[in-house]
Design a binder for this molecule. Sequence first.
Ligand SMILES: Nc1nc2c(ncn2[C@@H]2O[C@H](COP(=O)(O)OP(=O)(O)OP(=O)(O)O)[C@@H](O)[C@H]2O)c(=O)[nH]1
Length: 904
Amino acid sequence: MSRHQYIRNLDYGDAVDEYEGYSEEENDELSPEDRALMNQGTADVQAALGVEISKVTVAQIEEALWHYYYDVDKSVAYLISKFVNPRPKATKPAVQPPNGKSVTCAIDTSTAGLPLELGIPSHWAAKYLDLTDTGLPALQTNSPNSAAWRQSIGHQSNTRALSISTPVSFEHGTWISHFFQDMPWGNIPKHRETTFIAPPKRRGGLLGGSGMPPKMSKLQALAAARKKKAEEKKAIDEKAEQTRMQVEDLSMEHTPAGKENVLMAGPSNKRLKTSESIAQSTMPLLGSQPTQPEISHQSGVMTKVPGEGPLLGQGLFGGRPGSSTPDAPGDGRKAIMAEPSAFAQLLCWNPPTSRTSNGSESDPLYGFGCGYGADNKGNPPTKPLDPTDWFDVRKRKRDDSGDFDEEVILYPNLPQSVRDTFAQPSPDDVVLAAQAKAKSMKAGPKTAAAQPKKKGTASTDAVTASVDGLRISDAPLPKSRNLDVLSELEKSKPKKSASFVVVGHVDAGKSTMMGRLLLDLKVVDQRTIDKLQKEAKTEGKGSFGLAWVLDQRPEERSRGITMDIATRRFETEHTAFTILDAPGHAEYIYNMIAGASQADFAILVIDASIDAFESGLKGQTREHSLLIRSMGVSRIIVAINKLDTVAWSQERFSEIKDQMSGFLSTANFQHKNMAFVPVSGLNGDNLVHRSRDPAASWYTGPTLVEELENSEPSARALTKPLRMTVFEVYRTMQSPVTVSGRIEAGSVQMGDALLVQPSGQKAYVKSILANEAPVDWAVAGQNVVLHLSHIDPIHVRDGDIICDPAKPVPKADTFKMKALAFDILMPMPVEVHRGRLNQAGKIETISALLDKASGSVVKKNPKIVKPAMVARIVVKLESQVPLEPGQRVVLRSGGQTVAAGLLE
Ligand SMILES: Nc1nc2c(ncn2[C@@H]2O[C@H](COP(=O)(O)OP(=O)(O)OP(=O)(O)O)[C@@H](O)[C@H]2O)c(=O)[nH]1
């Protein structure tokens, strides 16, 4: 068996035994077993290479063997393609028949031999190459024999045409499909092959939520308004700066003497200095002066050309380019000008102190006078403006002491539409005023009165106060009843609650079984099932009607698979159960991990039909079992399903039971924590009611529900600080931030302050739902829905941890863990899964190999960790996440689970 196959087929128990006592060697990184395999492999490769051995060094052979886990054929194929007959880079393959066609290849057996030349393992060559008419001896299926075969035919130049009589894919001299045929995961039926689907939108949670995007909060609206304002201001500043540059280009300092270099600045015809306000210099750009002379720009000199049109003729602030006035100069040319926008008119307005046409100073209070003395039609004023040119807006404002002040703002006599626009308080003003009001109310009249009134800074202070008092919600904090939750729990003696995850290979019948269970327990009525079955039939998925009780998404229904965890509740006499139906498809394993992280125990569903159990054992039956165990689930009920398809064969049941109990005990499940129930999920046999099928009469043990009742939920960490992993965030009528999840430790009650990590934002518990009913408090082990207040939805995401603000879960981007390796581990990129949280990271260092039983260090700083070994590793994440010792994480790489374990 190759090292690769050996690792894949590794039995955990054996592996641990085998690797125990692994000694540390000073100068050789290989273990004695590896060294022996390496020496044997090197000799085999050298024999296989024959005369070509001179082209390859021992180091290269060893490297190839190490890389290919001592697979001699693969190593030889690699060495030939790399060093003996390196393929010219851009050459196209000589033969590229499509899959499924016979092909004839000319093979030169004089050098490397047939299987090597083809780059395929000899056992495949032996199986699929038709050598009958070639006169060549038959090929054997192992590598030494393939070398012997080459020797037996001699290294003569002997080019032959060979017929390959099996469907193959032949590309670049490498066989693709059959090369991987012994690997079950390569053997996915066409209709089950992975297709990309968009990341699923979260369902509305346990209570159902809306798929609509959440409404903007006040804070978001305020932030958006501010951002918009800042962008507008930036655009204006940029334009003003551009203009200033243009004006500076036209510097008068370089003006040759004798030329009249004038920039007309309003009716005063006063020469402007470039140092004067930008607004002044840009004034003509507003197109408000029909008689403005055009400036010609010659050799950096700006000159007035009498009788010409306005300077640029285009309003800086929204004037329409190219529009001309009817009263343009009568020289036959049209003055190009535009009407100023409302904003420009307002911006360039001089307050009363400078509203005469003689160009007096602007009022510093308002700060944006720009010499504008024109009327709103763009004509320059020729006389002092009339008081009717102005109107005032009076605003009542609270000052620092809480008294009302009246602020009078004068606006120029702009068109009514402009006046209307600016006469109303802006949305920002409304929000700021409300916040200021809330703050002053909270501070109380005494505090407000105690504040000294600072004249002249009132408006600034008001804004500062408003910003200081910025809150997500002006609503009062939820009231806490300050209950002693543990004694309340003691008093109430609630029904036992437990969650179980339903796992197993794809199509094992998990969802169907849970649909049937809910029907038989009367949680779902027959009419609903009939309706679902009818719908399923219409969509050509007739057998999935029961599964659709849990698989509710359109993609799940159209593909006939579960994609995300589906939760449903039911109660038996003693226990309130939460079902976590996990996807079986390898593509959605991260959702299965999230489900398993919430479970007290598991139902492992196995398809008993012919071949299905066997392929499941190589697939998700195996992976899910290992995962749930590493995630702390110790009780497992194995539902051997679809026994109706094997006529309720007791033999088949026993065969599967024996194999599974062996495997599960190597995966560290104790026999007392395993149960096996023969069922038919489709027909409901032995789920809630005992099977009535006479063929199933041999089984007299408990039904699935009875086994569930017999399962003790894991111990609850009631006295520890609150920890709840957010399973889903959604919006409800009660709160825009509603979270569902399982309380892992501690307790929570209405009115409690909480901390959300990693955002570090505080929130308050407005109300709680447990088992779909409103409650005042909840404790570890319960699946709950919390309606939060005083927090913005942007600060809460799936996978976050809600904790006690006094004892928060720390954040970190590096952690040390004790990992059980499922595959070879080395410093490499990994995905870290903790509950709903997925985070990219890498194994940074492997500090030590540990003894599986005692946890003591067996070897320091190993280069790799082999499957089934336990090691202490350091993982670095891309960003900080809430992490603390005792949490269980799963590491995945390249679509495979490579390790799982506990944070230290
Ligand atoms: N004959 C028979 N068919 C069953 C039984 N249970 C499930 N099936 C069929 O098996 C197919 C797959 O069932 P599902 O319930 O979707 O399987 P699943 O394990 O939930 O699938 P994933 O969640 O996608 O992994 C459906 O066609 C079911 O009708 C059973 O007890 N007997």
